[in-house]
Design a protein around this ligand. Structure first.
Ligand code: ZN
Length: 294
């Protein structure tokens, strides 16, 4: 009997060892918008399943969460938000969901830019800030899931090396271009951090938040300014209606030079399905516009 029991114990133990990995569920991580979702995925690799609330080509400024979002938040182990006032809907969503997830702000430690007294939330549009996002994500994941902390750190280090390489290449490409041809017009003011990091100038009819449309007077003032200033490029964005930019094009004679991805990635098959390719796409479009001598 004793022998039988010990056989059974060994059998049970081996069965448990055999079964355990299949039962080890992946951590459920929620990211508030697509750019952040990709960053989180880069750090977590296979160790988490990442759900993004505001998907590709969608506007996180004016998003209304649905039942599926609420369910994802409720079931999450970890939640990442951008912060800096970007996702105005996230606080209510998280508080009403009853989630036990730890919530992390990916922009922690970033020096915020201010536009007309308001904090500009689009910090990811400068690569040195992207590095801070990645460091914050790796640190947060290490806290929540210490047994994989080394993997998160290693993934972050490898990814940061790519971001730093692209940052250097961006500086080299942009500094080679004429200094007097650096004004770009977009639909909303999403590229302040890019302008600040790489000495560009962006003008937009809509401010840092897509909620408010410009008044006819504000638009007329901008169009006047554009007629006087040398403008290198006029661009539509993936998350906003092209109508305002088309009107500006009609009234100023400036041609629309393409599309910039400001606050969201492209859908699969598009030119900006990750943070890195989004930045590369935008850089390519901008460099092309700034290279044309008028
Ligand atoms: Zn925006």
């Amino acid at each position: 009997m004793k022998r039988l029991l010990s056989y059974l114990a060994v059998y049970a133990l081996s069965l448990a060892v055999f079964i355990a990995p299949a039962h080890a569920e992946k951590l459920k991580v929620v990211a508030s918008f697509s750019v952040l979702g990709d960053m989180v995925q880069q750090v977590t690799g296979d160790h988490a399943s990442v759900t993004t609330i505001v998907g590709p080509d969608a506007d996180a400024h004016v998003y209304t969460p649905n039942a599926e979002d609420a369910r994802a938040v409720t079931q999450a182990n970890v939640i990442f938000v951008n912060g800096l006032g970007f996702e105005t809907w996230s606080k209510t969503l998280i508080e009403t969901s009853g989630t036990k997830a730890k919530v992390f702000v990916a922009t922690k430690g970033i020096t915020p830019l201010k536009v007309d007294g308001e904090i500009d939330p689009h910090a990811w549009n400068a690569l040195p800030n992207g590095v801070i996002y990645i460091r914050n994500i790796a640190k947060a994941m290490g806290e929540v899931d210490p047994k994989n902390a080394k993997t998160y750190q290693a993934n972050a280090t490898a990814y940061i090396a790519k971001l730093e390489k692209l940052h250097k290449s961006t500086i080299a490409q942009l500094s080679a271009l004429p200094k007097d041809n650096r004004t770009i017009v977009t639909a909303h003011d999403a590229f302040g951090y890019l302008a600040n990091a790489y000495q560009l100038k962006f003008l937009a009819p809509v401010g840092i938040d897509t909620e408010a449309e410009p008044s006819a007077q504000q638009l007329a003032k901008l169009i006047d300014q554009l007629k006087r200033e040398k403008v290198a490029g006029l661009f539509v964005e993936n998350i906003t209606s092209p109508a305002l930019v088309e009107q500006i094009s009609k009234e100023t004679g400036l041609k629309i030079g393409g599309r910039l991805f400001s606050d969201a990635l492209s859908v699969k098959g598009g030119p900006a399905t990750s943070y890195l390719t989004m930045f590369e796409h935008n850089l390519g479009v901008i460099v092309k516009a700034l290279s044309v001598q008028s």
